[in-house]
Design a protein around this ligand. Structure first.
Ligand code: ARG
Ligand code: MN
Ligand code: MN
Ligand code: MN
Length: 319
């Protein structure tokens, strides 16, 4: 079976630019060549945030894309996520493993909805429901109403699950029932910077969440046992991996670094366990920002590549 690599060069969901340079930096790096040699289908999104077909809303403050319900750059992000969704869907529909490189985490709206829709079409029924592992320092489950920043990279879980609804005005109105993920088949790992409203949403919706405190108390091995047991062993898994889940020591070049994160070894272990299930069907690796701590970009890229290789099972075999 084949691997599709999608470069989601996009940062309009984040407060500052730079994340659109993440995919290129990763793909161009020497350490990525072994991954790329596995890719039979590459679907590239060049500078989504400056794409003319998205209108000219390059800046978050651009007059051509005014706020909707407090959301910044709503139409631009919606349209970019829609294109990512369609690309992920097209590859996943063919049974390919889909690797999406970001880009800011608003693209998670695209990747999760693309995977969920493809699974429903391929298999039908409840057995076709996607499992999601969200590895992140942040919960990214704000709705437009709860968000303090208005930035959509803090909202992907809400839009992909239907907690946040489409707004008309070409803002996420492309999301239908068939795109949605089930929050009962969703697990967080690595949380340590969660807004109060997000905590409430997690509780109200009974979402399984393993915080960094849980990881420190029980160890990453036990946490992965529990996470995979919760999701069940006959379920396709999509992992959405925010590089800021790792401690800033290992991944400094990111927009929202938070201390007390996962060690690289723990990060790799998560990927390794996912690979070993044989059920991993898609991965996002997002929020690398080459403009932040540029002198440590190499280290960030190396960490990202290690986590990716482990998920693909090429960490031991090919090197
Ligand atoms: N919770 C904050 C917000 O809603 C920060 C989100 C950070 N998200 C990210 N993908 N880095 O704005
Ligand atoms: Mn994050
Ligand atoms: Mn995130
Ligand atoms: Mn293997």
């Amino acid at each position: 079976s084949c691997l599709a690599i999608i470069a989601a060069r996009f940062s309009c969901g984040a407060p500052r630019g730079g994340a659109e340079l993440g995919p290129g930096a990763l793909i161009d790096s020497r350490i990525f060549s072994v991954i790329q040699s596995k890719g039979s289908y590459v679907c590239s999104f060049d500078n989504l945030s400056q794409d003319k077909s998205l209108g000219n809303a390059i800046e978050s403050s651009d007059d051509s894309d005014p706020d909707v319900d407090g959301m910044k750059s709503p139409r631009t992000v919606s349209l970019a996520a829609k294109r990512v969704s369609e690309c992920v869907y097209a590859h996943a529909r063919q049974g390919r493993f889909v690797m999406t490189l970001g880009g800011d985490h608003s693209m998670g709206i695209g990747t999760l909805t693309g995977s969920a829709r493809a699974l429903r079409e391929r298999f039908g029924g409840t057995s076709a429901e996607l499992s999601v592992l969200w590895v992140d320092a942040h919960a990214d489950i704000n709705t437009p109403e709860t968000s303090l920043s208005g930035r959509i990279h803090g909202m992907p879980v809400a839009f992909a699950s239907g907690l946040a609804k489409s707004r008309g005005k070409n803002v996420f109105d492309w999301i239908t029932e068939t795109h949605l993920i089930n929050l009962k088949k969703f697990v967080y790992i690595g949380l340590r910077d969660v807004d109060e409203a997000e905590e409430n949403l997690i509780k109200e919706n009974g979402i399984k969440a393993f915080t960094m405190d849980d990881v420190r108390r029980q160890g990453i091995q036990t946490i992965m046992d529990l996470a995979l047991e919760y999701l069940g062993d006959r379920t396709p898994i999509h992992v959405s991996y925010d590089i800021d889940s790792l401690d800033p020591e290992w991944a400094p070049s990111t927009g929202f670094p938070v201390t007390r994160g996962l060690s690289l070894e723990e990060g790799i272990y998560i990927s390794h366990r996912l690979h070993k299930t044989g059920n991993l069907i898609a991965m996002d690796l997002v929020e690398i920002n080459p403009l932040i701590q540029p002198s440590k970009l190499g280290k960030t890229l190396e960490s990202a590549a290690s986590v990716i290789k482990s998920a693909l099972g090429i960490d031991r075999e090919d090197i």
